[in-house]
Write a protein that binds this ligand. Structure first.
Ligand code: FAD
Ligand code: SIN
Length: 512
């Protein structure tokens, strides 16, 4: 294994954001694509519902923008949102050209479905409910065939390497060794933060590494209080990763019922079960509190087995494996952490405030989602901004003489503790982070709870000071602490309730 690399572009993260960006870089340039585990272990592979794009004749850019603004409580960055929506159809065409096979009607037109907050059926899907798996499969084949892209799996990026405030690469951990990867341009595409919660739909790789390393390097991080909770994860008593029951199931007619079997969303919102996600999750929370239970039910029993097996093959089989036949039984569901809206602040073309450093996908904060993401706009954000980033990098690399760096250059050295070891139980530290976040920084937040959480997390941070930094678990736990504190502080700063951020203490005790 090489100890150091020197490439044109290093992309940290091989989900949709990382892979699509890599594929759009001019093939004359050398790209290194890093993945903490195998390339199909990420949130992109788990995506179910689909990807939002205005491609149907009854839809318009204006409607897609309006729906996104309404879901986001009008906190969205309007210029970036317009770019997101208007660049969607072309990027969908490019995905198709890269081999992604969206589900189609008998006449060949692309099928589309409905999800919460959408006023039109504009969510395109693949493999029924396996949109992410199909996209990742197609893009992985393209990446393998591209001689300018080298993929390194089982490698963990640690920190930015900075030279005169410019990003000139990253340090990374591979087989307990720390290596330097120098690059002209660096893209962080490390995905979400779900691992810091007890219950999440996310892949276990989602420890917020990219946001934490960018923060340490001096990047602006914002909107971290906006953690999206998906209303319908499959209920189980054990803590940890939860299987998602896609919002598209409600898009195809499923309704929510409380413990007594009553529909309740009509009490709260005119769009009922298809209201934006923040509202549905908060209403479920309220129903659970009222009836002193830890879940509600999703009912799609009006659809027959054959339809469900075809339309939602993954979900149908997963429910069956857990003793639930969706065509006959109510599905027990609960809201769990799902998506990080905040992250590394970027401009229209994905640039951070550090020269030569970009961020893309869930780890970035483009501002398109406002205070609550409209369903299926996330995969779209990965490709629209991935394309913008690669265009910018292509221009830079074509215009400027490439100044590759090596160990000999004067760089800000990152110091790692690779010697001393203590008996710190990292697993226990991670568990305590998750429990604290779940208890105090969940769907509802209140000042004393947030202060409690802050104290607990700061205490855990102290414990980790002397842990062995050539171990992945130690680095992840440190990053999880950084992310938890960024979220808690942002929650404390935002006093009002808006979007996914619900401050129960600022609502006169009223929950919703
Ligand atoms: P990811 O796909 O998570 O990829 C992150 C990559 O970074 C991985 O390769 C990982 O190994 C790597 N990485 C992380 N840390 C490091 C490190 N330190 N060093 C090296 N590599 C690192 N959105 C939609 O729009 N539509 C949907 O239908 C949809 N369904 C979803 C269903 C589920 C269950 C989940 C969890 C999410 C869903 N989302 C959906 C959200 C969407 O899937 C994600 O926001 C999006 O895929 C994020 O892509 P990404 O490339 O930014 O991150
Ligand atoms: C889902 O299928 O419900 C997830 C969609 C999303 O997160 O955008």
């Amino acid at each position: 294994m090489k100890l150091n690399y020197n490439v044109d572009v290093v992309i940290v993260g091989a989900g949709l954001a990382g892979m699509y960006t890599a594929l759009k870089i001019n093939p004359d340039f050398e790209v290194l694509l890093l993945s903490k585990e195998a390339v199909d272990e990420n949130n992109s592979s788990l995506a179910q519902g689909g990807i939002a794009a205005c491609v149907k004749s009854d839809d318009s850019f204006k409607l897609h923008i309006e729906d996104t603004l309404e879901a986001g409580s009008n906190m969205n960055d309007i210029d970036k949102l317009e770019q997101l929506v208007k660049c969607a159809p072309n990027n969908i065409e490019e995905l198709i050209a890269l081999g992604v096979e969206f589900d189609r009607e008998d006449n060949g037109s692309i099928k589309s479905t409905m999800e919460g907050g959408h006023s039109r059926r504009r969510v395109l899907h693949a493999g029924g409910d396996a949109t992410g798996r199909e996209i990742v499969k197609a893009l992985s084949i393209q990446v393998k065939n591209r001689s300018n892209i080298t993929v390194l799996e089982d490698i963990m990026a640690l920190d930015l390497i900075l030279n005169d405030s410019k990003c000139v690469g990253i340090t990374a951990l591979k087989d307990s060794k720390i290596l330097n990867i120098y690059s002209n341009d660096t893209v962080i595409a490390t995905g979400g933060i779900g691992e810091i919660y007890n219950n999440s739909t996310n892949s276990t790789i989602a420890t917020g590494d990219g946001i934490a390393m960018a923060y340490r390097g001096g990047c602006e991080i914002n909107n971290m209080e906006f953690i999206q909770f998906h209303p319908t994860a499959f209920y189980s008593k054990d803590k940890g990763k939860k299987f998602l029951i896609s919002e598209a199931v409600r898009g195809e007619g499923a309704v929510l019922r409380n413990k007594s079997g009553e529909r309740f969303m009509e009490k709260y919102h005119p769009s009922k079960d298809l209201a934006p996600r923040d509202i549905v999750s908060q209403c479920i929370y309220k129903e659970m509190e009222k009836s002193n239970t830890d879940h509600v039910y999703l009912d799609i029993t009006h659809r027959d087995k054959e339809y469900l097996e075809n339309r939602f093959p993954t979900i149908y089989n997963q429910c069956l494996a857990n003793g639930i036949d969706m065509s006959k039984d109510l599905i027990p569901v609960l809201p769990v952490q799902h998506y990080s809206i905040g992250g590394i602040k970027v401009d229209m073309v994905g640039r951070t405030n550090i020269p030569s450093l970009y961020a893309c996908g869930e780890c970035s904060n483009t501002g398109v989602h406002g205070a609550n993401r409209l369903a299926s706009n996330s995969l779209l954000e990965c490709i629209v901004f991935g394309k913008k980033i690669s265009n910018d990098i292509n221009k830079n690399l074509e215009c400027f003489e490439q100044a590759k760096l090596s160990d000999k250059d004067t760089l800000v050295k990152n110091q790692y503790n690779v010697q001393s070891n203590t008996d710190i139980d990292i697993y226990k530290v991670k568990k305590e982070i998750k429990e604290t976040m779940e208890k105090y920084v969940g769907i509802v937040r209140w000042e004393s709870g947030l202060l409690n959480a802050k104290k607990k997390i700061e205490g855990l941070s102290e414990k980790l000071k002397s842990c062995l930094e050539s171990e992945r678990a130690c680095q992840e736990a440190k990053n999880m602490i950084t992310i938890a504190l960024l979220i808690i502080n942002a929650c404390l700063d935002r006093k009002e309730s808006i979007g996914c951020h619900f401050r129960i203490d600022k609502n006169n005790g009223e929950q919703i």
